[in-house]
Write a protein that binds this ligand. Structure first.
Ligand code: NAP
Length: 288
């Protein structure tokens, strides 16, 4: 392997260490820690694991976690009322609605009820609009994590060709907006893109978020490019990303592994958003 490894575990641990200090300073100033509410509807085991991990990491850095566990048959009105209560609670600074919700509840509609100042997932239409307009706001966690990884690797985005494979609301679109705001020249690819390998081969920074195991091959990558692999794919042999790590790491200048690259950054950025939201509510500091 000739590429430099961008180690998300190390970058996430450094961020959590900084946040631990920020939380202590917030407690000293305001007499209470920032609070994160996790709303889990139903008993999907994978969702319970994700939520448990968010709560644990929240408490590890000294923040308070509010677990709101609702039965699978919770009505839209009851969930609406619960979110209104959390929006109004001054001890709750961040709210996440764990997706997917049970089939009778519309995930986009329900997450859209979270107050924009507490939208620590950064996924409500209001937060997406603020990002698109270049206004301060809470940014989605996984793309924010990628920006921090690029910064940690010393990648200069100004004028760089950045190619994002994937255009989801969760990742691809906000990723493109963040790169654009950092003055990259951004191309967003998707399942209908013509000549995908050739488009990717132009990239100084190539970011893959597709959900197809090892799709990005070595001849898609410009020598020396920075390659960020967002994909998570479960094979019998274990977890792999969307990038064929073994061959691409011989061509790229820097690359993230899977696991241990982008993944650890997502929850760390959720914690960071909660601290930012708490400070903004208490001190009027900027949200981004
Ligand atoms: P998604 O909503 O399924 O979007 C996938 C995107 O890939 C779509 O835009 C789709 O194009 C595009 N695509 C599909 N097949 C393609 C192909 N053959 N060539 C080019 N583009 C293709 O997925 P997502 O939520 O963005 O997630 C993407 C991956 O990232 C998944 O593996 C997910 O598990 C992972 N992920 C990881 C984290 C983390 O914390 N590490 C967070 C979020 C997501 P169309 O729009 O044309 O359908």
């Amino acid at each position: 392997m000739s590429a430099r490894l961008i180690d998300g575990k190390v970058v996430a641990a450094a961020l959590r260490a900084d946040l631990t200090k920020d939380v202590a300073a917030f407690v000293a100033a305001h007499g209470r820690p920032p609070g994160l509410a996790t709303v889990l509807v139903g008993d999907d085991p994978a969702s319970a694991v994700y939520v448990g991990s968010k709560q644990r990491q929240c408490e590890e850095i000294g923040m308070r976690s509010f677990a709101v566990n609702l039965p699978a048959d919770t009505s839209e009105l009851d969930l609406f009322r619960k979110l209104e209560d959390l929006n109004a609670d001054p001890e709750v600074n961040g709210i996440i609605v764990q997706l997917p919700l049970p089939d009778h509840l519309d995930g986009v509609k329900m997450t859209g009820l979270v107050d924009v100042g507490k939208d620590v997932d950064g996924l409500t239409p209001m937060s997406a609009g603020l990002l698109a307009l270049g206004r301060p706001g809470l940014r989605p966690c996984t793309p924010s994590g990628v920006m921090l990884l690029l910064e940690s690797a010393g990648v200069d985005l100004t004028g760089a060709e950045a190619v994002v494979i994937g255009r989801s609301n969760l990742f691809g679109k906000p990723m493109a907006q963040l790169l654009l705001a950092a003055n990259a020249t951004v191309t967003v690819c998707h399942s209908r893109t013509h000549e995908l390998p050739a488009v990717c081969a132009r990239a100084d920074v190539l970011i893959a978020a597709v959900g197809r195991a090892q799709m990005v091959a070595a001849d898609w990558v410009k020598p020396g490019a920075t390659v960020i692999d967002v994909g998570i794919n479960r094979l019998e042999s274990g977890l792999v990303g969307d990038v064929d790590f073994d061959s691409v790491s011989e061509v790229a200048g820097a690359i993230t592994p899977v696991p241990g690259g982008v993944g650890p950054m997502t929850i760390a950025c959720l914690l960071r958003n909660t601290v930012l939201a708490a400070r903004a509510a208490a001190e009027g500091t900027p949200l981004a």
